[in-house]
Design a protein around this ligand. Structure first.
Ligand SMILES: Cc1cc2nc3c(=O)[nH]c(=O)nc-3n(C[C@H](O)[C@H](O)[C@H](O)COP(=O)(O)OP(=O)(O)OC[C@H]3O[C@@H](n4cnc5c(N)ncnc54)[C@H](O)[C@@H]3O)c2cc1C
Length: 317
């Protein structure tokens, strides 16, 4: 079977969950080959875990340049490997989309953006207009480049050998590339990363103030969830911008999405509509969020969220 390249999303050798989802999707199309771009020694460190999700080969693209330039080393590496591949899968993150767009332009191929599922014949499934329509599309020119939304495909293990191949070398054109000059670790709490989390609890303008946002955080913590916010909540200063979910924020696709005091505007839905189960709490029975909710509670979030938290604690024993 032909090779399907999967660009591994990792931070200093820590593999992001979406990479396993990409490998799962790649297995439907052919033989997954993971492409690890980074510092020396990264690929051998993560080879086994990639193999657990079906990577038959791991291409190590490792050098100081690979680790210290943004985007371009990844495009160079994929472009070098594409002649032997039948498709390229990249995560639909901000960086992933930049890599995919540049790669598609460079190799003259079509690019399927933001797909939520991939079918065995290379058809990509997209959820558009805030999830109002499902579109199926197929690349008709060149090797398909497909960016897959984190959480779109469920990662499933299927052990393969993951043979390490260190034959890929790249030479970055420093004059045309952005070099990383320093690194600062993100100060995060114990909560999972928003786009990686399997449970997300988000608060909207209905929360009313920054002080009261703890009601969202407390429910999130009881569920081991990430915290999100609507744009109105962010613009009102209730919660920092990096937690915004929606068209101009992050796209999430968790197993469970809890919306507290969020009306469900189309721009918010665009970022969470593909969540597997949606629970909405809103005091307005006509709120549009109820149109897409699997479970809805008409009520005051300050009454409902603490009760949910208590019930979760009880069930956890
Ligand atoms: C170009 C563009 C891009 C945008 N991008 C985004 C985006 O990325 N993400 C995003 O979220 N929005 C985005 N928006 C904004 C979007 O249109 C909405 O304005 C926004 O989503 C509304 O946020 P909200 O639901 O929190 O607030 P509101 O619409 O004000 O809704 C608040 C809800 O809380 C309920 N409520 C109030 N008090 C309580 C209570 N005590 N208990 C329970 N319920 C209560 C109300 O009934 C109401 O339904 C964008 C808009 C534009 C034009």
């Amino acid at each position: 079977m032909s090779e399907v390249l999967v660009l591994v999303d990792h931070v200093d050798g820590e593999v992001k969950k979406v990479s396993y989802e990409l490998l799962t999707a790649a297995r439907r199309l052919g033989t997954p080959a993971a492409v690890v771009v980074g510092a020396s020694g990264t690929a051998s460190k993560i080879r086994e875990s990639l193999g657990r999700f079906g990577a038959a080969k791991v291409y190590a693209v490792e050098s100081d340049d690979a680790a210290n330039f943004l985007v371009t080393p990844k495009v160079d590496a994929l472009a070098a490997l594409v002649p032997n591949a039948s498709a390229v899968l990249v995560s639909a993150t901000v960086e992933g989309k930049e890599v995919a767009g540049r790669l598609a332009a460079r190799i003259g191929s079509g690019w399927l953006v933001d797909v939520v599922d991939v079918e065995a014949d290379g058809t990509g499934v997209q959820s558009i207009f805030g999830g109002a329509f499902v579109v199926k599309a197929k690349v008709s020119k060149g090797t398909p480049v497909i960016t897959v939304r984190p959480g779109g495909v469920e990662a499933e293990e299927s052990t393969a050998d993951a043979v390490l191949d260190e034959s890929v070398s790249i030479s970055v054109d420093a004059a045309k590339s952005a070099r990383v000059t320093s690194r600062e670790a993100v100060v995060g709490g114990d909560r999972p990363e928003l786009t990686e989390a399997s449970v997300v609890v988000s608060g909207g303008r209905g929360v009313g103030s920054a002080d009261k946002f703890s009601v969202v955080e407390e429910l999130a913590d009881s569920l081991g969830a990430a915290v999100g916010a609507s744009r109105a909540a962010v613009d009102s200063g209730y919660y920092p911008h990096q937690f915004q979910v929606g068209q101009t924020g992050k796209t999430v696709s968790p197993q469970l999405y809890v919306a507290l005091g969020i009306s469900g505007a189309i721009q918010h839905r665009a970022g969470m509509q593909t969540s597997k189960t949606i629970v909405a709490v809103n005091k307005d029975p006509e709120a549009p969020i109820f149109e897409i909710a699997d479970f809805g509670v008409v009520g005051d979030l300050f009454n409902v969220a603490p009760q949910l938290k208590e019930e979760v604690a009880k069930r956890k024993g």
